[in-house]
Design a protein around this ligand. Structure first.
Ligand code: F6P
Length: 332
């Protein structure tokens, strides 16, 4: 292998730049040339690429976002789009790809690898919903951002004696909500993986006040109702819908905060920089060894490679022990 390319696709995640930097420099170290592809699969289809040097990735390890930029490409989903992408790779003599992103991106990586292109994926999403790996790049930074926000909201919640509903990201999963809620000391954490009855939650809140609590924090994953989300949630953040119900059933002053895109920005934490750096380097090692159709991951402190097809057939389970402790603490 003499020449590889790197792309980022889907929602950006803090630490992607660390992965781009590490993959690029590892490849250059081994004598490979490296091409940066702009705007993910869409840029690949359009041939939006440039030659990278070690300097192209200087001074980016501390920056969130992605210097390669990102996009969600509907064209790449089709066979025709994928064919165009492969033609571009052939035209530019690119023999292998490092693809960085979330589940949609890694499914795209699998499609290319099924067509015979050597591809290694790197999981990067604040949702942390990629199975098998403990962590995806970006999750740790997003959890810290969310906990910082919860801590600030807690200050004003206790001054005013209010319920505060805080909506965090998580399109179909509650990993971010669960970790942020537990670390932020939330009274209740509402996630799609654990069905709940809003009236029971509200009774619990009222009992908490009766025990002497002065406020309550309810952390909600944006995808809490999954596919059974009410019609109104198409036009309104789920946090506001939950907030209205909490106000109605507790009859207590209730405020809502939707954290939104601040969770995707901010300087990456040490953990995300380390994950990005290690995943980037390991992905290039794997390509050089002739591997394809795999993605990098970490289990405990051990870096591992997994088959991308697992992403199509399995879901990352929610941390059951976190749920149990969160439920226990909400009673106190
Ligand atoms: O990056 C993951 C995620 O933030 C989800 O939690 C969210 O639903 C989605 O991406 C929104 O991303 P965008 O608006 O960029 O499509």
């Amino acid at each position: 292998m003499k020449r590889i390319a790197v792309l980022t696709s889907g929602g950006d995640a803090p630490g992607m730049n660390a992965a781009i930097r590490s993959a690029t420099r590892t490849a250059l170290y081994h004598g490979l040339s490296v091409v940066g592809i702009h705007r993910g699969f869409q840029g690949l289809i359009e041939g939006d690429m440039f030659e990278m040097t070690s300097r192209s990735v200087g001074d980016i390890i501390q920056r969130a976002g992605t210097i390669l930029r990102s996009a969600r490409s509907s064209e790449f989903v089709s066979r025709t789009g994928q064919k165009k992408a492969i033609q571009q790779l052939d035209a530019k003599s690119i023999e292998g790809l490092v693809i960085i992103g979330g589940d949609g991106t890694l499914k795209g990586a699998k499609a290319l690898s099924d067509c015979g292109v050597p591809v290694i994926g790197i999981p990067a999403t604040v949702d942390n919903d990629i199975p098998l790996s403990d962590c995806s790049i970006g999750f740790d930074t997003a959890v810290n951002t969310a906990v910082d926000a919860i801590t600030k909201i807690r200050d004003t919640a206790s001054s005013h004696g209010r319920n505060n509903v805080i909506e965090v990201m998580g399109r179909n999963t509650g990993h971010l909500a669960l970790a942020a809620g537990l670390a932020g000391g939330a009274e209740y954490i509402l996630i799609p993986e654990r069905p709940f009855d809003i009236r029971n939650i509200c009774n619990g809140i009222k009992e908490g006040y009766a025990r002497g609590k002065t406020h309550s924090i309810i952390v909600v994953a944006e995808g809490v109702w999954g596919y059974s989300a009410p019609e109104e949630s198409r036009n309104e953040s789920i946090g506001f819908i939950i907030g209205r119900k909490v106000k109605k059933y507790t009859d207590l002053e209730t405020r809502v905060t939707v954290l939104g895109y601040i969770q995707r920005g901010g300087t990456p934490t040490v953990r995300d920089r380390l994950l990005g750096t290690m995943f980037g380097s390991k992905s290039v090692d794997a390509l050089i060894q002739g591997r394809t159709g795999e993605f990098t991951g970490i289990v405990g402190e051990k870096f591992q490679m997994f088959d991308i097809k697992e992403i199509l057939i399995s879901q990352k389970p929610i941390n059951d022990e976190f749920c149990q402790v969160a439920a226990l603490l909400s009673e106190m």
